[in-house]
Design a protein around this ligand. Structure first.
Ligand code: ZN
Length: 245
């Protein structure tokens, strides 16, 4: 789908870097963002600014006052509203050319399957491992690239999963006990800001086939020590999710 005059001007600064053809690829793409909290706020805003044609957001939570140190899509007037509804309203105001589809439902095996199938790339913007492993399972089963991001406190991590080619999230945890974080968990606002933006960079590169991806690698971010480390990760042949594929 060719870009019109408005889009050519709006995206002109990054068109210098990626070119028309890649921008048209973004325009024709669908990204699913699972979670509309701190990671999802940043991811959805910047994918909107990039000109991704269709953005699907799923989150069953409502906006709470203690979210406002990091969930930059929202403000005081959104408190108690469904995040998915408030997010769509905010995002439409940022870029009227994007199609937004927002679901105020819990992401689970049933609701998730259809949404994952619709997407070209999926962004993990979740805050718990039980939902995350369901998402991982659905992405592997449907062959959809998944950009994983996780945060707690001053720490974050990112990896990009391409089913059949790279380790999946479950590979990292085979044989280990997964415990979800304490509630309320400590988080400082800029951590999901940084991690969410790295997820966007990965999603854009996946969609445009540009640059190097964080595949087979896990980026570990420690903002307290200000250290960024990348460790190699490997597929686990005993992984019940992707081991057989
Ligand atoms: Zn696996």
């Amino acid at each position: 789908m060719p870009l019109d005059k408005y889009e050519l001007e709006r995206y002109s600064r990054h068109l210098l870097l990626i070119g028309l053809e890649k921008q048209e690829m973004l325009k024709e793409s669908t990204v699913l963002i699972v979670g509309a909290g701190g990671l999802g706020s940043v991811a959805s805003m910047y994918l909107t600014y990039m000109g991704v044609g269709r953005i699907i957001i799923v989150d069953d939570g409502t906006v709470e006052l203690n979210n406002l140190n990091r969930q930059i899509l929202y403000n005081d007037s959104d408190i108690n509203e469904y995040k998915a509804v408030a997010a769509c309203r905010k995002l439409r105001a940022l870029n009227t050319r994007i199609v937004f589809e927002c679901h105020k439902e819990r992401f689970d095996e049933n609701s998730g399957e259809r949404l994952v199938r619709e997407a070209d790339v999926v962004i993990d913007a979740l805050d718990n491992w039980s939902s995350r492993l369901i998402l991982n399972n659905l992405c592997v089963r449907n062959g959809k690239p998944l950009v994983h991001g996780g945060v707690e406190g001053w720490y974050g991590q990112v990896t990009t999963i391409i089913p059949k080619q790279t380790p999946c999230l479950n590979c990292l945890f085979v044989g280990r006990k997964i415990t979800d974080r304490r509630n309320p968990f400590p988080i400082i606002g800029f951590t999901p800001g940084i991690v969410g933006l790295i997820e966007v960079a990965e999603a854009v590169k996946l969609l445009t086939k540009l640059g190097e991806l964080l595949t087979n690698r896990l980026l570990l971010i420690d903002l307290y020590a200000m250290e960024f480390r990348v460790i190699n990760i490997e597929k686990n042949p005993r992984c019940p999710v992707c081991g057989g594929v």
